[in-house]
Write a protein that binds this ligand. Sequence first.
Ligand code: UN1
Length: 510
Amino acid sequence: MSQRIAEPYEHYIGGEWTAGESEETFESANPATGETLGQFQRGTDREVERAVATAEEAAAEWRALSYTDRAEYLWEIYHELRDRTDELGEIVTKECGKEIAEGRADVVEAYHMVEWAAGNARHPHGDVVPSEIAAKDASMRRKPRGVVGCITPWNFPVAIPFWHMAVSLVEGNTVVWKPAEQTPWCGQIIAEMFEDTGIPEGVFNMVQGYGDAGEAIVDSPDVDTVLFTGSAEVGHEIAGEIGGEAGKLAACEMGGKNGIVISEEADMDIAVHSAVMSSFKTTGQRCVSAERLIVHEDIYEEFKDRFVEIAEEVSVGDPFEEDTFMGPLADADQVEKVRGYNDLAREESDEVLVDREELSEEEIPAGHEDGLWVGPFVYETEYDSEMRSTQEEAFGPHVALIPYSGEIEAGIAIHNDTDYGLAGAIVSEDYRQINQFRDHAEVGLAYANLPCIGAEIQLPFGGVKASGNGYPSAREVIEAVTERTAWTLNNSKDIQMAQGLSADITTNED
Ligand code: UN1
């Protein structure tokens, strides 16, 4: 752990480390071993209030800098993230249990986002728009919204904070960030990185803590935009609350019950490969993971045999071993939730095909007996829209095989029959089927002949229906953290109006 500051690790507010007023602390634990990684101060609404006040104070000075000057601080972070990718990747793996290549990829995704945001400081930020009136210059300009509150999840503990914060800061906002309570160590390191850049006091603030600290960010009248990535339950609450407050805005990225449609024209190698990646990578704990595989009846048996064979054998174990495919679940709540959905599927489905919920003793690596191990769970079922297990997100390695018959439209109809709409994929060699999916799948992220995970940051990341509230993150978060001004300048001494509107002023004398 960081040598710089003694435990319990503190909040970073107004350019200083502070214990805050609460005596309470919480700990971070390694989900693969149960080992304690560190003690952290638990923030309350008082720390959030201070952080928001200091962010407000810092706002004028920060927005007065040029885009490129603000971006300089982010370039520092970019280099630090690159130089320390291996070290930080290990911390990600220790704290949230992702296997080591995924731990590193989290950091790589973070510096890609920082690179995009800092590079974007030199790109055009508006449009020159022709006016109906030749003498008028019209353009669109962007302004920072002010204080941005960021609430981030544990499954991408380095990447997602930078989806939120990199663009927000370069655009001229100040931030108050609450990392997930499961991954405060990643939060600590990121805060230290910001401190090292010498960013002006109060521009970046971090408060460690639980949902009540997040709630204080949402409730604060001085937070202009709330960025949230996490569960649908919390996201909808935030969107609902903020939707009713004039002048405030929430951009919420939530979960999914993502599906892959595998048609009778699928290349079977691609189908099996994409499905295994989508369902089990990150132990099913991506919001884009697939929990429904919708397979045409003509190829169903072949697909099932091949998918089940791999699901039985896919390696679950020490996330630090390079040949591990799946690490543990992230925390005890996750274990309870996934087991609960496995139980539900046992009751509701036609047949359980793979049940590795309890790993055998010899599968559990030595020294990892206290790890949160839950292996793949695969079940098959005729489609029934009333089933909860095929409608609700388990957020784990829990997946349904659902046969469909007839045309591709029938597969797509099952695919769309969910409240959610985050990510989805089609596997087919027939371009007409692919285009049908492209045009009719109700998702924000769509793939063909690929897994439905692994989006790149230069694309908008976001869902439709219950998966998002219309402001995608990654690149497109710019819409949520800036205000646009439609700016029109008259180059003439005469005032002329568009739409044929008269500019004449008539009086009683006329
Ligand atoms: C998430 O699923 O919680 O698209 C984020 C991906 C990653 C981000 C996932 N770039 O899989």
